[in-house]
Design a protein around this ligand. Structure first.
Ligand SMILES: C[S@@+](CC[C@H](N)C(=O)[O-])C[C@H]1O[C@@H](n2cnc3c(N)ncnc32)[C@H](O)[C@@H]1O
Length: 429
């Protein structure tokens, strides 16, 4: 397929996502099933246009003055800067699978439009209703932070020190272009894809099958490290899901002590069993019965709440979620988070830590949530987060926002990671 056919396919997929409210991955998969002739390179290129169009939906649409699948598809290509409008039309001209070229009205709309002149919400590529949330979270930096959340993400991995050190994994993955991450000591990073490329399928590597590494964003690795799990501790991962943080906590404990993994939705825990077999984590107990959980009350050195959240910190990877999110969903998540904080606190032993983490950038789910919790339960006090950050990641002072009232924030613009919030609160009595 040439560029025109790929662009037409991307517009078709974007239309499907919009009309049928399909998740992007499913819409792309369906397109692939019904177009079996398309090769891997075509699928990757179409996927890149679709994902870019969703990441840059606002700015791509602004360029053409419309928010249609066609406008954002064309806009996403133009934003790459590889073609001028006339140049793109010339490429599409003799391609019979291409969409109709840009017409006079579209060319006129594009004339003289520079993203640098666009209003803030367009440059930030966020919905209008999110602007106050971004302003509250980032102050004057909100446009840059929004734009960074619209960029293509890297592929991050964590060396599983129970099986292999980072250098050994780096040597094994040398063909993939993986480099050490700058902040997390066990992290590896493959840079964001450029042009029509795609990330290597690292999970097909023998080293992955041998459990030498896990796919995990550097921000998630940092959050797990900040929790401070040590060999011999009793740790409850209260919202363990597929176990990304469970495995990191267990590795930090060098398999000594106990990590209890629980989740309200048992089905979410299902992948953890395979992951544990591969990674050699032997101190993880998956909690499946209420009685097993009740027995832990008041005994935990650390309770980690990796809370359900809007996921606004992961919009680089899940850009469709950015446009689907509503104020009502945000409020639902906030209510869940408050209820989980109240339910999980009793598992912390006196002197132990309640650690709250989200992959959201909104203060409503982060600092405001933990501050409200401490008001409800003054037995819990925020630790000195500046001292904590400096002790774990010396030399990286500029990479995180430390909130005076307690909490550490990571973001693509500041830390080069997904957006994360971390807050550790010590139980006094
Ligand atoms: C952010 S995800 C966890 C991701 C996981 N910790 C990881 O690192 O891979 C949040 C999890 O919280 C779970 N959850 C939602 N409500 C819960 C509740 N009331 N109690 C415990 N877990 C809950 C969800 O099922 C979901 O798996």
């Amino acid at each position: 397929m040439r560029l025109g056919g790929r662009l037409a396919a991307a517009i078709e997929v974007l239309d499907d996502i919009e009309r049928r409210h399909r998740p992007v991955a499913e819409a792309l998969k369906d397109w692939g099933v019904s177009h079996r002739f398309a090769g891997g390179g075509d699928r990757a290129a179409i996927g890149n246009i679709v994902y870019d169009a969703l990441r840059y939906r606002r700015s791509a649409g602004w360029l053409l003055g419309q928010d249609t699948p066609r406008a954002v598809g064309f806009g996403a290509l133009l934003l790459r800067g590889e073609h001028s409008a006339a140049g793109l039309n010339a490429v599409l001209e003799d391609d019979r699978f291409a969409p109709p070229p840009l017409d006079d009205a579209e060319l006129k709309a594009l004339e003289g439009r520079q993203i640098a002149d666009a209003p803030g919400p367009v440059r930030a590529d966020i919905p209008d209703w999110c602007v106050p949330l971004f302003e509250r979270a980032f102050g004057d930096d909100w446009v840059g932070e929004g734009a960074a959340l619209a960029a293509r993400p890297p592929l991050d991995m964590r060396a599983n020190t129970l099986r292999a050190g980072r250098d050994k994994v780096l040597a094994e993955l040398s063909q993939t272009g993986a480099r050490p991450t700058t902040i997390a000591p066990d992290g590896l990073r493959i840079a964001p894809i450029s042009g029509d490329g795609r990330h290597p399928n690292v999970q097909a590597e023998a080293a992955f099958q041998k459990g030498w590494f896990e796919v995990q964003d550097e921000g998630s690795q940092i959050a797990a490290m900040l929790a401070g799990a040590k060999p011999g501790m009793q740790v409850l991962d209260y919202c363990a899901g597929a176990g990304g943080k469970t495995l990191a906590l267990s590795a930090a404990m060098d398999n000594h002590g106990q990590v209890f993994a629980q989740d309200a939705e048992k089905v979410r825990l299902a992948p953890i069993f395979d992951r544990l077999r591969r990674s050699g984590n032997r101190n993880v107990q998956v909690v499946t019965k209420p009685a097993e959980l009740a027995a832990l009350s008041g005994h935990m050195d650390i309770v980690l709440i990796d809370a359900p959240c809007t996921g606004s910190g992961t919009w680089r990877r899940r850009p469709d979620a950015k446009w689907r999110l509503t104020q009502r969903q945000l409020e639902t998540r906030m209510a869940e988070q408050a209820a989980i904080l109240d339910a999980a606190r009793d598992f912390v032993k006196p002197g132990g830590l309640l650690v709250y983490v989200t992959c959201s950038v909104f203060d409503e789910e982060n600092g405001a949530q933990t501050a409200a919790f401490r008001q409800r339960d003054p037995r819990f006090a925020a630790v000195d987060h500046r001292a904590l950050w400096q002790s774990r990641f010396p030399g990286h002072e500029a990479a995180a926002r430390i909130d005076p009232e307690g909490g550490i924030r990571l973001s693509p613009a500041r830390s080069g990671t997904d957006g994360f919030y971390f807050c550790a609160m010590r139980r006094q009595a």
